[in-house]
Design a binder for this molecule. Structure first.
Ligand SMILES: [Zn+2]
Length: 444
């Protein structure tokens, strides 16, 4: 008995040492990752126009401070300010980023004044860098399309009216709730990445409205923004059961985007009728595949129906049956034996916007849902964009450093990473050396 306990103790010590080593390595890899994927990071930040009269800090220092609030997954401005009181933390930060660390009140002052469009433009420049480097091209659908998932989520909620743009919901009890929700277009990849390409807030113009803003209305604006941000990118939109409708098909076709949209039982009754009718004529459009899922052979039955007319759109219906589960989509893309599996796999990437996109940002330490600013909606939107930028960097970092499958949670590694910032010593020569070296990072 005693013997086994002491063995366990040794195991714990060993694991502890590896976690600490991983966290330290990760910290050193942070500036390296930024420099590798975004060599112009600092220059782009300096290009943002400074609207302030005078300040102790440069704009790029304040914005890097804001982004690192989320890089370190501090969870609140107060937590970051507490760490900032520690001289070693500040010292390590300056060695990591080569910039001074401002107080989060300084960040907040700037965020109330600066337009959130500035940070969105900065985010787009970073993603353009990634695309130019062809870092993500390997994961395109059918060797051509980037799969972009659209979905909305709640960011802030209040018991009392917070501003004149709040969405309002009346509960059965007669009580009212006030909300700020966001609609995202995120690039979703089979390697697990979910990267914000465009952000559109779902909000009312004023508190005097006929009909409130909603996700589908916001989709029209999001589509315009996405097209403006990435005019030539070959995109395939994936969306849930809210999205199979004529307007959405029209917007996609006008922008020359492909689409794969979830079709539920209640959606588009005339399409379902045609599926029923055409299925007797297209009996040969089926395929059985045995695929390895978590190392287990799994039977997947594909079925597709082509040439469905719907209000001037030529739709194709695709279905995959896996055990008791069914996945059904409509798409404008040509479907055949060779393409059906990839089309359905891309449609199923949609859940990554919920999981990797929203869930991780809410529960993985980023504090999406935390009110980073209650008083200023502009500031809250700027924090949101900073979070998106930090999340892109951290996802590349986590994937590049192969953190999955080690039996340690990312949350625990970050706890160690912050501890190193407080108790460890960053060697600036090692950082400087690592920035000079050209590196290869594999995002698998
Ligand atoms: Zn509000």
């Amino acid at each position: 008995m005693l013997h086994s306990i002491s063995l366990k103790d040794q195991d714990t010590k060993k694991a502890d040492k590896t976690t600490k080593a991983i966290a330290k390595k990760l910290l050193y890899a942070m500036p390296k990752t930024i420099n590798h994927y975004f060599p112009q990071f600092k220059r782009y930040l300096r290009q943002i126009e400074d609207c302030r009269k005078r300040s102790e800090y440069e704009l790029s220092e304040i914005l890097t401070g804001a982004i690192s609030l989320f890089l370190f997954k501090e969870g609140s401005r107060n937590a970051f300010n507490q760490d900032r009181k520690d001289a070693e933390f500040v010292n390590n930060y300056e060695k990591l980023f080569g910039l001074r660390l401002p107080h989060m009140d300084t960040v907040d002052d700037l965020f109330r004044a600066i337009s959130p469009e500035e940070l969105e433009s900065f985010k787009i420049k970073l993603i353009e860098n990634l695309l130019e480097k062809k870092a993500l091209h390997k994961w395109r659908m059918l060797g051509k399309y980037f799969v972009v998932a659209v979905d909305g989520t709640g960011v802030m909620s209040f018991d009392k009216r917070h501003c004149d743009k709040c969405l309002v919901k009346t509960y059965e009890s007669g009580k009212k709730g006030y909300f700020h929700n966001v609609l995202e277009a995120k690039l979703v990849l089979p390697n697990g990445l979910a990267i914000s390409l465009a952000t559109e807030w779902i909000e009312n113009d004023s508190d005097n409205y006929d009909k409130q803003d909603c996700e589908l209305k916001a989709f029209h604006r999001l589509a315009e923004r996405l097209k403006k941000n990435f005019p030539r990118l070959p995109i395939c939109i994936v969306g849930d059961g809210l999205y199979p409708n004529q307007k959405v098909f029209e917007i996609c076709e006008r922008n020359r985007w492909e689409y794969i949209i979830t079709l539920k039982d209640g959606n588009l009754p005339s399409v379902w009728e045609e599926v029923k009718f055409l299925s007797t004529l297209q009996k040969e459009n089926r395929q059985k595949v045995i695929a390895l899922k978590q190392k287990k052979p799994t039977e997947i039955n594909y079925r597709w129906i082509t040439g469905i007319e719907y209000k001037g759109h030529n739709l194709n219906w695709v279905q995959a049956k896996e055990g008791k589960k069914k996945y059904i989509f409509v798409t404008g893309m040509k479907v055949d034996k060779k393409k059906v599996a990839q089309i359905i796999a891309s449609g199923r990437l949609r859940w990554k916007i919920e999981n990797k996109g929203f869930n991780e940002q809410k529960n993985g330490g980023y504090g999406l849902g935390h009110k980073y600013s209650e008083v200023s909606l502009t500031a809250a939107k700027n924090y949101y964009q900073s979070l998106q930028i930090a999340s892109i960097i951290n996802q590349l970092l986590e994937l590049g450093e192969k953190l999955k499958g080690r039996g340690i949670t990312i949350k625990h590694i970050w706890k160690n990473l912050l501890a190193f910032m407080l108790y460890g010593k960053i060697d600036e020569d090692v950082i400087a050396d690592s920035l000079k070296k050209r590196i290869q990072i594999r995002l698998e």
